[in-house]
Design a protein around this ligand. Sequence first.
Ligand code: ATP
Ligand code: MG
Length: 364
Amino acid sequence: MSTTQALYYIGQMSGTSLDGVDTVLMQLNHDGIQTLASHHLDFSGDFKQSLLELCNTGEDEIHRCAMAANELAKLYAQSVNELLTYSHIKADDVIAIGAHGQTVRHMPPYYTTQILNGALLTELTGITTVCDFRSRDMATGGQGAPLVPAFHEFLFSHDEDKIILNIGGMANISILSKNHGTHGYDTGPGNVLMDAWFGRHLNGRYDEDGNWAKCGQVIPEFLNDLLMEPYFSEPAPKSTGRELFQLDWLLEYEPYDYAAEDVQATLLHLTVQSIAKEIMKFPGTKQVVVCGGGAYNGELMRTLDSALNQVEVITSDQLGIDAQNVEALAFGWLAHQCMNGLTGNEPAVTGAKGKRILGAIYPV
Ligand SMILES: Nc1ncnc2c1ncn2[C@@H]1O[C@H](COP(=O)(O)OP(=O)(O)OP(=O)(O)O)[C@@H](O)[C@H]1O
Ligand SMILES: [Mg+2]
């Protein structure tokens, strides 16, 4: 054991895009958060496929879930160990890892399942692991999601009213208001449908910079049909996932009647319109700060910017925080909250009966 006091936290996130795991090494003090290093590990095509299959019902799920949870712990541990090696930090200097795990089912108000063998992650890293952050919020009547708004409030000081928009597989907004406090919810699909349609027609995991979507024309009647999805008009608190928005959802609308690139353009506009409609419900908003992988899709950002022409749209990179790292930082912060006996949820967001300390701890 180190004789000096451990200083750091590690945050880890693998989201609904199933692209891989983001890991950040961070320091928390009175001045806020400092990111010391970050790391991204892509999932292999086979592992992504096995996770995707676990998102739907199928044979022998308990065994496949447990095996995937072990594999995920090994990949999370590999990321942590690589990150520590190249940043010359020892495991003893890290207080805890906050690891989200992989959501394979999100079924509020009944249960939400983020697979990850936390015990194995502790064993393979020699660092205390905090995981299973969502179930306590759900146990007290919440959706268990989104959990990031409380962290967004902490990270993005709100001298003026702003909205933090995370565009991952799904998209979620955190409304940070001086007079009305913090709230937020999932607006619907982020990249998930664009990724699925792209993967169906072209090679690669996603439409780089939205270049394929840019070649297509939006199909107004098809877009209107997609926007009729009841989720978009449900009141908050609400959260969503692959149980609803995935390729099968899109196929029900018979996209094969249209040119493939026109469908891609329409899906990009679906993401933008479903987000913009929600943001416009908060007219005091001065700025929208975008994070998550969608911030790197230039066509998506330009379309969002023109849909929100009264509001300044920037990426978190422009505030010095890598858009790819924000969610992972949130789980490092949640680990810090848990280890210090501090609450991590925001009842106004999740619908929980009260604030709770989130997470299950696997001590080193
Ligand atoms: N250069 C790029 N051009 C277009 N899209 C991109 C680019 N880089 C990332 N993306 C999109 O971002 C996605 C990954 O985003 P991210 O990791 O934030 O999502 P996630 O893992 O689902 O996270 P979460 O569910 O926590 O929000 C990719 O699947 C892709 O669609
Ligand atoms: Mg990701």
